[in-house]
Ligand binder design. Sequence first.
Ligand code: CA
Length: 227
Amino acid sequence: MRILVVEDEPGIARFIRQGLSEAGYAVDVASDGEEGLDYALAAPYDLLVLDILLPKMDGLRLLRELRERGVRTPVLLLTALDTVEDRVKGLDSGADDYLVKPFAFPELLARVRALLRRPPLQSNPVLRVGDLELDTVRREVRRAGRRIDLSPREFSLLEYLMRHPNQVLTRTQIAEHIWNFDFYAESNVVDVYIGYLRRKIDRGFDRPLIHTVRGVGYRLSAEEEDA
Ligand code: CA
């Protein structure tokens, strides 16, 4: 899952980026409202974390611009403002949730997970494809009941595949959701990580779940190959 953080205070931006990256999310950071808008329109983010008081364009205007352009990405507002009026204004501008600074990182992380579980994504915290299970809250993966340890990035990749079962996902689609601008231009990183996942998810099982669609990308499915 790929997250855009728009935050002008370098210390806070660094803290959020590091924490979300360690949790396996791909993170881009924009440091003012105009840059944030450019980023948000340029890549298919799964979630935006928006500060309200920002240089050039404040977070509420940025949010309204995005909603007016039809961008429905979930938005978590992050702000030092804490009056009822500010919270109401934020939610009325199209935000999905609201967190007041200073905040504890585990709470930010819990809200991020909750927003990513909402429709149109999926409201059940446990994703299932065949005998493969991924618990988005406990961060656990099991196949046929057996626990499988994944790195945060592998987990993020598998979560993305499991949210789109039986669909062919191109390498570009996968890369844009799992890696940030720093990495996704790099050549074969998707293939490399699919290789890691295959070794952990499919090795030792009769029926592979990760299928290569030649010349296009990958498909996660418990169904037999078409041909
Ligand atoms: Ca600020």
